[in-house]
Design a protein around this ligand. Structure first.
Ligand code: TNX
Length: 579
C-alpha cells in the first residue's frame, strides 16, 4: 500500500480479511459499550410520553424534536430521562436502556441526556421504529470535538450554520469554530465599526479592487452562489442560542495579525471618511498600517498588504473594540464567551520597517521575530484578564514564550503528519496547553476527497483526505499513524517521536476544518463535509479497539505490524455500513 485506498477499493480489497460482521447497532459515533439482551422489540411508533427530571426542557428540546422528526410522536410508551451528576457519569456521559416496557435514560448532564436521545433516534430509525432491547453505556473519548467553518473567504449563510449546528449535535460534536475574518472578508457586524461589514463584507473592497474579479482557486461548482455577505448581530445571537441549546460552544475567530486584509481595508475606509469630515485625530486612531511602513513581504496566499502593525497602539485599540463587541453579543444572548480564537498563523510581517517598530526595537532590543510573538502574548493576556481563554493556530503560538502566556491556552495543531505536526503537538502538549488536532492531511475537509481524482478542493497538502483515512486516524498516538499513513510517495513513512509526551498530558480533541477559498455556496460546504466529518466524529468520540496505546519515544514505520490492519478494515466496514 503506497497510497491511500479509496474507501470502495479498501472494502473490495479487505472484505475477506476479517470475519464478516453485520452491525448490530446503527449509532454513530459508536458508543463505548453496547449490549443487546434478548426480548421483544419496543414499538416506539405508538409514540412516547416524556418524563424529565433534573434537566430543563430547553436543554433537551432539540434532541426531543429529533425524535419527532423520525416519526415518533406523543403516545403511551414511557421515555424517562433522569439527569443526575455522579462520579461515574460526567456531563456528557449517559446510559440508555431500551426495554419492552419503555426507554430509560440516565445522564450526568443535559449534554449526556441529549446524546442519549440522539443515539435513541438513530437506533429507532435503523430498526423502523421498533428497536429490540438495547443497553448502552457511553461517554466521549475526547472533551473537544470540533467543527471549523470559514466564512471569511466565501460567505456562508446563517441558515447553513444553523443547519450544521443541528448536524453537529446529531454526531455529538461540541465545538463550533467560526472563522469570521480573513483577507477576503469580514463577516460579523461590529456596531462601533460599521465599515468592517459595509466594506469588508464584500470582496471588492473599493472600485479599483481586483480581488473579487480573480477566479476562485480550483473548481468552483456553483459560481452563482454568494461569496459576499455577513452575519448581523441578530444572526450571531441566533447562532449562539441554537448552539447553547445543543451544548455546543461557539468559538469566534478573526485571524490576526496576518490574514487581516479585509480589516485593514475597512479601517482605511473609515479613516478616509473621518478625514473628509475634518476629524483628523480621531481618524488616525483607525489606521492599522502605517503609510510610512517600508516593509516588503508577501503572505503565503500572495498578499502584500494584509498584516496589522503590531507596534501601533491602534492595532490593540482595534482588537479591544472587536472583542468587546463580541462579548456584548454573548451577553445579549446570555451565553458566556469562553474561548476567543486570534488566528495568529502565517504572519508574514508588516511591521519590521515601520517607524513604530524601529523605534521600539531600538528601545527594547527586541528582534523582528519577537514582535509577532509579543502581539500574541499581549492579546492572550488581555483576554485572560477578561476571563476568556485564548486560542490560536500552532505555528504562531510556537513562537511565544510559554511563561509570558496565560496558563490556559488552546492551540490548533496544523503541522502536517509528516511535516512536523507530531513534534509540534507533543511540544505544545508538554507546555500544558489544550491541544486540538487540526492536521491538514487528516482534518482539512476543503481538500479533495480521494474517491475520485476529479474531485474539487484546495489541493495544497496531502490529497486524499478520505473517510477511511479520517476513520483510521489515531489522535492519542500520533507517531503510530505512520503505520497507516504513507500518502505521498516522496515523503518518509516514519514518524519518530522526537518530543515525547510527558505522562498525564492528554490530547484535548480533534477538529474538522472547512476552509472556503474553493468552497462557495452552502451546498458545497455540505459536499466537502460529508461523509468525511462523520469519520472524524467517530474517532473523536470513540476509541477503537485496534488503536495502540501510546508509548513515549517510540517511532513507527509503515510496514511494522503493530496495528493489525485486518481489524481496522473490519471496523471500517462496520462504520461504512452504519454511516
Ligand atoms: C492554510 S490552516 C491556512 C488557511 C487556508 C487553508 C486552506 C491555517 C492556519 N492557514 O488560511 O485557508 O490552509 O486549506
Amino acid at each position: 500500500v503506497t497510497r491511500w485506498l479509496a474507501p470502495e477499493r479498501a472494502l473490495e480489497r479487505y472484505a475477506t480479511r476479517g470475519p464478516a460482521s453485520t452491525p448490530d447497532t446503527v449509532i454513530l459515533p459508536l458508543p463505548a459499550s453496547i449490549n443487546r439482551p434478548a426480548g421483544e422489540p419496543l414499538d416506539l411508533t405508538r409514540g412516547v410520553q416524556v418524563k424529565l427530571s433534573g434537566v430543563n426542557a430547553r436543554d433537551v428540546a432539540p434532541a426531543l424534536a429529533a425524535i419527532n422528526a423520525v416519526g415518533i410522536g406523543k403516545g403511551p410508551v414511557p421515555l424517562r430521562i433522569l439527569v443526575h451528576p455522579a462520579a461515574d457519569l460526567g456531563a456528557e456521559a449517559y446510559r440508555l436502556s431500551i426495554r419492552p416496557a419503555g426507554v430509560d435514560i440516565r445522564a450526568g448532564g443535559a449534554a449526556g441526556a441529549s446524546y442519549a436521545l440522539r443515539s435513541l433516534v438513530q437506533q429507532a430509525a435503523g430498526e423502523q421504529g421498533r428497536p429490540r432491547p438495547l443497553e448502552v453505556q457511553d461517554a466521549p473519548r475526547l472533551p473537544f470535538r470540533g467543527l471549523h467553518v470559514d466564512l471569511g473567504r466565501n460567505f456562508h449563510s446563517r441558515d447553513e450554520i444553523l443547519k450544521l449546528i443541528e448536524q453537529m449535535a446529531t454526531y455529538k460534536l461540541n465545538r463550533l469554530h467560526l472563522h469570521l475574518g480573513d483577507d477576503e472578508g469580514w463577516r460579523l457586524e461590529i456596531p462601533a465599526l460599521p465599515e468592517l461589514t459595509r466594506v469588508g463584507g464584500y470582496r471588492c473592497f473599493d472600485d479599483t479592487e481586483q480581488t473579487c474579479l480573480l477566479p476562485q482557486l480550483g473548481a468552483n461548482p456553483d459560481p452563482a452562489a454568494p461569496t459576499n455577505g455577513f452575519l448581523t448581530q441578530a444572526d450571531y445571537v441566533a447562532i449562539l442560542h441554537a448552539a447553547r441549546d445543543r451544548q455546543i460552544e461557539v468559538i469566534p475567530s478573526f485571524d490576526m495579525p496576518g490574514h487581516s486584509r479585509a480589516a485593514i481595508r475597512s479601517m482605511e475606509a473609515r479613516y478616509a471618511r473621518l478625514m473628509a469630515a475634518g476629524r483628523r485625530s480621531e481618524a488616525e486612531r483607525y489606521r492599522l498600517v502605517d503609510p510610512n511602513d517600508a516593509t516588503r513581504y508577501r503572505s503565503i496566499q500572495n498578499y502584500n498588504d494584509n498584516t496589522l502593525n503590531v507596534c501601533s497602539e491602534n492595532t490593540y485599540h482595534f482588537v479591544d473594540t472587536v472583542i468587546d463587541a463580541i462579548r456584548a453579543m454573548h451577553k445579549t444572548a446570555g451565553v458566556p464567551l469562553r474561548t476567543y480564537h486570534i488566528g495568529a498563523d502565517e504572519t508574514a510581517g508588516a511591521w519590521t520597517d515601520s517607524p513604530a517598530c524601529r523605534a521600539r526595537m531600538a528601545k527594547t532590543g527586541e528582534k523582528p521575530a519577537d514582535l509577532g510573538a509579543a502581539f500574541i502574548e499581549r492579546v492572550a493576556g488581555d483576554l485572560a484578564k477578561r476571563g476568556i481563554m485564548v486560542a490560536g493556530w500552532s505555528d504562531g503560538l510556537s513562537h511565544t514564550a510559554a511563561d509570558r502566556m496565560p496558563a490556559k491556552v488552546q492551540t490548533n495543531i496544523w503541522g502536517g503528519m509528516f511535516t512536523g505536526g507530531v513534534t509540534e503537538a507533543h511540544e505544545q502538549l508538554n507546555r500544558g496547553w489544550a491541544v486540538v488536532l487540526s492536521m491538514p492531511d487528516v482534518t482539512y475537509l476543503d481538500m479533495p476527497n480521494a474517491v475520485d481524482p476529479m474531485e474539487s478542493g484546495y489541493d495544497w497538502g496531502a490529497r486524499e483526505t478520505d473517510s477511511f483515512k479520517a476513520f483510521a486516524f489515531m489522535p492519542e498516538n500520533l507517531p503510530a499513524n505512520a503505520a497507516l499513513m504513507t500518502d505521498v510517495k516522496s515523503r518518509p513513512s516514519t514518524i519518530a517521536d522526537t518530543a515525547p509526551v510527558a505522562q498525564n498530558r492528554r490530547i484535548a480533541g480533534l477538529q474538522a476544518q472547512v476552509w472556503s477559498e474553493t468552497v462557495r455556496g452552502d451546498a458545497q460546504v455540505d459536499y466537502m463535509l460529508f461523509p468525511r466529518v462523520l469519520a472524524l466524529a467517530e474517532r473523536a468520540w470513540h476509541r477503537a479497539a485496534w488503536e495502540p496505546t501510546y508509548v513515549a519515544g517510540t517511532s513507527y514505520t509503515f510496514g511494522d505490524a503493530r496495528v493489525p490492519m485486518s481489524d481496522v478494515y473490519r471496523d471500517w466496514r462496520d462504520f461504512a455500513g452504519r454511516a
